[in-house]
Design a binder for this molecule. Structure first.
Ligand SMILES: C[S@@+](CC[C@H](N)C(=O)[O-])C[C@H]1O[C@@H](n2cnc3c(N)ncnc32)[C@H](O)[C@@H]1O
Length: 288
């Protein structure tokens, strides 16, 4: 949704903006190209590998770009350290990058065998393997139901606990096999999404504390915007979108004006070119 991001951020020459999820640098590169390098970008990511790729991708604009390894929940501290008081734009493109998703060793994909890892920040100690092998059946059920909206949460949790008594779950495919046994066949076949999607989503959100980070960050980021500064958030599931909606609504008390009355969805053309974009929803707001 790069076109939409460009439109809604509405940056002008000389502006300073924060890309809170720089990822592989895609959005920021387009913005820099469009503005002929006349904006300054602070690019944040928790993932060191992503930052390495972004550095390479944005090499020709290195004078305009500062890349920082950080969790965006610490945005106020990051800006303070950079001696930046206010910014003209803030962008969040939540979720995973294609590199994270496609790399088996990161453990995010149920289609490829890899360790049950799922950490965005590889220096963190908590992994998905720890959760599935250590949490109680009830705790696992709550994660699958609360963060994955998984109908078969209770059965999957029960089957995991039974399995790990014999063999601890080590790989992504170990987990897929357990989910396959737990979810009745007629609910696995012919569905729009793979039967393990929600289980993987729930674990990933928990491992990376994605909802807490978003809530904390949005709560403080509105104060970091200059007058007429804009904030854009692209989310990929309803739990994230609900937080964005709530925080924007709360921001109205501080003079935030919601620009997208209805959530913006990717065009059919974009979904055809990149099916992973199908669940993206963009919301934008402006500081008074
Ligand atoms: C969808 S990708 C961003 C893709 C990017 N917009 C591009 O055009 O290449 C999301 C990125 O956000 C990062 N991320 C997610 N949560 C984060 C957090 N709390 N703090 C910093 N980075 C985070 C992930 O590591 C990932 O690289």
């Amino acid at each position: 949704m790069t076109r939409e991001v460009l439109y809604w951020l509405n940056l002008e020459e000389g502006d300073v903006y924060v890309d809170c999820t720089i990822g592989l640098g895609g959005h920021s590169k387009t913005i820099l190209k469009e503005k002929k390098g006349k904006v300054r970008i602070l690019g944040i990511d928790r993932d060191e590998e992503a930052l390495r790729v972004a550095k390479e991708e944005l090499k020709e604009y290195e004078q305009q770009v500062t890349l920082i390894k950080a969790n965006f929940k610490h945005l106020p501290q990051v800006l303070k350290k950079e001696n930046i008081n206010k910014v003209d734009g803030i962008l969040y493109d939540l979720g995973l990058s294609s590199m994270q998703l496609d790399s088996p060793k990161r453990g995010f994909s149920f289609r490829q065998c890899g360790p049950l890892d799922m950490r965005m920040d590889s220096s963190q100690t908590l992994t998905a393997a720890h959760l599935v092998n250590q949490l109680s059946e009830k705790e696992l059920e709550c994660i699958f139901f609360g963060l994955g909206e998984e109908r078969w949460a209770r059965r999957v949790a029960k089957f995991i606990v039974e399995e790990r008594k014999l063999n601890p779950l080590k790989t992504t495919l170990d987990l897929v096999q357990v989910a396959k046994r737990a979810i009745p066949a007629k609910f696995r076949r012919g569905k729009r999404i793979h039967f393990a999607t929600r289980i993987f989503q729930a674990l990933r959100i928990k491992v990376n504390e994605e909802l807490e980070n978003l809530e904390i960050s949005l709560n403080s980021s509105l104060d970091l915007l200059r007058a007429k500064g804009r904030i854009c958030v692209i989310s990929y599931h309803s739990l994230e979108d609900r937080i964005v909606k709530r925080q924007f609504k709360k921001g109205k008390e501080k003079g935030l004006k919601i620009l997208t009355k209805k959530v913006i969805r990717p065009s059919a053309e974009e979904i055809r070119a990149n099916p992973r974009a199908r669940s993206a929803r963009l919301r934008a707001a402006e500081k008074a």
